[in-house]
Design a protein around this ligand. Sequence first.
Ligand code: CP
Length: 343
Amino acid sequence: KYAQSAQSGPLRDRIAYHGKHQLLSVDQFTRESVEDLFRIADQMQPIARRQKVSRVLEGAVLGNLFFEASTRTRVSFGAAFCRLGGSVCDTTGFTFSSMAKGESIYDTSRVMSGYVDAMVIRHPEKGSVAEFAQATNIPVVNGGDGPGEHPSQALLDLYTILTEFSRLGKLLDGAHIALVGDLKYGRTVHSLIKLLALYRGLKFTLIAPRGLEMPDYLLEETGKQGHTIVQSSSLEEGLVGADVIYATRVQKERFAAEEIEGYTPDFQVNKAIVDKCCGPDVIVMHPLPRDSREGAHDLSVDLNHDTRLAIFRQTDNGIPVRMAIFAVLLGVEGLVQHSLRDV
Ligand code: CP
């Protein structure tokens, strides 16, 4: 599943952000370090599934600060910390934080550092989580900063792809990845394309409505790394021969409704189009939430019972991957194996 690792030294030092044990961007990873993290995530699987118990984070407290809506990221980071024996303090939304009274990011971060051992932060502004991180020396994890990055989501997405490919007997090097939907404001695809680019000879087909295309800087970075990039406005053409279809939700909360003319049902990933364009071993992914409201077309529910749909395996993988992130950032990954006991 993974290449041999020749790197040595603590993983948290190898992925440090400006010398600090923080996770702000996927730029912190090489192919070797990301696969080292996934080896730790594999060890976490029995704990995530509650077949084994570990209390390596007993006594530690996580501050989960979410200033934007979330279900998966907030709950799975909290559950991952609890699964390792720690406790979680949550605050959700600006209304219930003293930022509603004008407190700065700097003061909030400094205060929280005195209360907790690590923080996960989601905030609507790009770059804001880095501001929190600058003000503290405790581990900070970017849980999504506006249209910026969502590194833990991309890590669990890549972990899912490698796990699915291993099951299917496929290699990621040389694979065809189709990214579909809002590639401009969707932070998960911004992080994921950078992580995937650590592999060799990929073909990326980017299928977006007009005005919601992948930002130029990411196209340039990915192209420079020797990958093939095809941009398409036709789902039917773009999906042909894909090994992975990664659909995304239009991030309507980030722009005016008029900007999304051209977003039609033609962009919906559904059973008919997957059957028509792809083989039996394609995997269909989505970071979720998928939009189930009228007029939304990201991913149809008609694939719900199709084994090619990997979305719930993706969400399940969020726990072991996030456990691995905490274990590494808090420097306890070497203790986990020795701490295991039966349920
Ligand atoms: N994928 C994701 O970030 O989901 P939430 O917004 O529910 O956290």
